[in-house]
Design a protein. Structure first.
Lengths: 340, 340
């Protein structure tokens, strides 16, 4: 799903997300919205969807990931995490109960249980303690939720340790959450490790509830992890890379800044029917990128998001037709054929 | 007209300019496009309109304004201006002939004669020399034009001196350009001076050809200068101010960053039917501005451009109905009623 860290999907309007990109759900970051404008402000504006003029579902993360990766001086206790805002240094505290309160204020359709996200590599002993703490925090998150209108997903942790992943999956799925997520991946480990842990973990997750792999990934990652049974993803990759001039195409990656595109009249991806590909040349997009024009970031973001959403739409169709493995194989082969 | 300095109207797509804003023409800067991506590159992409995926008219300025305001170490000779690129310091030269060559490469529907734009205040003697030089350069521009598909406008100079403005108007309008522009205003003089010089100069300009006031201005400036007989304007004000959080409304200016909008569910302008005003609150736009979100710059730009284009569309209607003075008076009164 497209990710809007501070209350918007960067450079893209809700209308484009809906009509041009076909997004079904957007993610807002609990940590960012809590700090600015404040979850109380979002609540007074009628919640995240209304605030954003977005007419479809929304999701908030637990805040944990940003607390561990972005905030300063975080200190973990059994009760929760003490940290300082990365914006102004003020002292803040996030716990299962405060995360639920904030997420209920933000009012997304799906909330995430408060968890600890451990950077990899990490000592097994620490990961084990973290798995146990995440289980206790998951139960407290579940107990703290008071709004029946919002769904709540639990998050499985366990680092790169298969035994701990199985243990965490057993613990978290013992709580009747509305869906289950795999957290703590895409945090520094190698891609084969991420694939290995994901495919190992999904086998311990119920089939009748959504399975959400957090913070993943490249188009190739999505296709592989769908084959392991994952239903949902979120990632900044399509938009962040777009702003940096890296475009995803059916033939692989394309760096728009390259000199060879200066006179190119070709679209980014001749197979793509997004606004960018239907109207603009690689030469124009290269110029916008070199000139630092905002429109370049925007047209690139529109393309990458359209590419990602088309990829998973086609994956859904292939699954429904019972031909997913063929779709994946052919798509991956084409993606590795002509990266530029 | 919306201004696209480096080949785009900042943050705004051609589709929005056409469908949401109703722009009839966009301006590309000769200086910027010559330096990057190079007018030869624009030519190879089929000209400015095709490069930009813009299906309506385009205009290029002469390059003079940027050479005098932006470039480094400019040195004026009878032949032309020697200067260094503000981007990389390389030596460049712009003259009537090279300006025409570049503008023909860029391929806009309207080109501007190469002129000297003098900063104000300035010595009368210098302004007089500059008026004479601009006349000689205007004739050379006219003579250097070889493409019959493109229109060419002459530019009247003369600083804040009425006698020199009259002289320049007589000189420039003696050359059968397709339209005439008033240049060298909005360059440091007070607003009443700009109004005085504009109303003085238009009386020496033919009524049957477009009159274009360059680099102007605020909504109030446009309404007043239309009453002096001006037909065309270009200005960065709607987009630049939008990016800085200054919005134009039917009741005057609105600074979106102000704390008082934090919880406001009101649109920027309840009389406006742009996408921004129809979908987003002042509270959300304030949040986007405070968070430095690109979408905020974009939604603000969309509103300001829509406001400007609606203003001049209504002016055209009022002129056609023979009620322009009433329209101007009422609109100016309302604009001064509730600036926030």
């Amino acid at each position: 799903m497209p990710v809007g860290t501070a209350g918007s999907v960067k450079t893209i309007s809700p209308k484009e997300l809906d009509e041009d990109i076909g997004a079904q759900i957007i993610l807002g970051n609990t940590y960012h919205l809590h700090i600015r404008p404040g979850d109380d402000v979002v609540a007074k504006h009628g919640g995240l969807a209304k605030f954003n003029a977005w007419n479809r579902p929304t999701l908030t993360d637990s805040g944990g990931y940003q607390v561990f990766s972005l905030a300063e001086m975080n200190k973990i206790t059994e009760d929760g995490v003490h940290f300082r805002s990365h914006l102004d240094g003020r002292k803040l505290f996030l716990s299962p109960e405060t995360s639920m309160e904030i997420q209920q204020n933000i009012g997304a359709d799906i909330m995430m249980a408060f968890d600890e996200c451990v950077s990899l590599p990490a000592e097994r002993k620490y990961v084990e303690e973290s798995v146990e703490r995440t289980f206790r925090w998951a139960q407290r998150s579940y107990d703290a939720k008071t709004n029946d209108e919002q769904a709540l997903f639990g998050i499985i942790q366990g680092g790169a340790d298969k035994e701990l992943r199985e243990r965490s999956a057993g613990q978290i799925t013992s709580i009747p959450f509305d869906g289950y997520a795999i957290g703590g991946l895409s945090v520094g480990e190698e891609i084969p490790v991420m694939y290995d842990i994901t495919s190992h973990t999904t086998q311990f997750m119920p089939e009748d509830k959504p399975r959400y792999l957090m913070g993943v990934g490249t188009p190739q990652d999505l296709l592989n992890c769908i084959s392991y049974g994952v239903d949902m993803f979120d990632c900044v990759m399509p938009t962040r890379n777009a702003r940096n001039g890296l475009l995803f195409t059916s033939k692989g990656k394309l760096h728009i800044k390259r000199k060879e595109w200066q006179l190119s009249d070709d679209p980014v991806d001749s197979k793509c029917d997004c606004y960018t590909c239907k109207n603009f040349s690689r030469g124009y997009l290269r110029h916008l990128f070199k000139a630092g024009e905002y429109l370049g970031m925007r047209l690139n973001s529109l393309h990458n998001l359209h590419f990602y959403l088309s990829l998973v739409k086609n994956a859904r169709n292939a699954i429904n037709l019972g031909v997913y493995n063929t779709y994946m194989k052919e798509t991956l082969e084409e993606m590795s054929s002509g990266g530029e």
